[in-house]
Design a protein around this ligand. Structure first.
Ligand code: 2BA
Length: 108
């Protein structure tokens, strides 16, 4: 069993979660915040059998697109960075995926 953590853009999250549930997967959506841009994103938790990892990755790839997003000088300056050292835009997404081994899962 694997647990996939997929960090996706808020604008893609509903479509990605719907597509996953349409394919029979169980999904939990968490509201999260990126540490660099300090703006909201969505983390999907997806528990699956080992042989389903590629199928889930393909669904995420289909529904999560890469975007240019403006970096927020105000938030970054709060971390002590100089304004002129910041890029004005960064490429974000489609999805950042972590695949974790699961020792045990149960529903009680
Ligand atoms: P953020 O941390 O808000 O990062 C947004 C985008 O800013 C990143 O897009 C990347 O292009 C850039 N970026 C992030 N940290 C940077 C840094 N230290 N220096 C220069 N540029 C940086 P993505 O890589 O597509 O990441 C999208 C979101 O996925 C991130 O939002 C974060 O919430 C999450 N994420 C990405 N990689 C992660 C990792 N290794 N561990 C934990 N979360 C991660």
């Amino acid at each position: 069993m694997k647990l996939l953590l997929a960090i996706v853009n808020n604008d893609d999250s509903a479509r990605a979660a719907s597509a996953l549930t349409d394919h029979g997967f169980f999904v939990t959506k968490l509201s999260t915040t990126g540490g660099f841009l300090m703006v909201g994103n969505t983390t999907l938790l997806i528990g699956i059998d080992d042989d389903k990892v590629d199928e889930v990755k393909a669904i995420l790839k289909k529904h999560c697109t890469t975007r240019k997003q403006a970096a927020s000088p105000t938030e970054s300056l709060g971390r002590g960075l100089r304004r002129d050292s910041l890029p004005t835009q960064v490429a974000v997404g489609g999805a950042t995926v972590f695949v974790l081994n699961v020792e045990e899962t149960m529903k009680i």
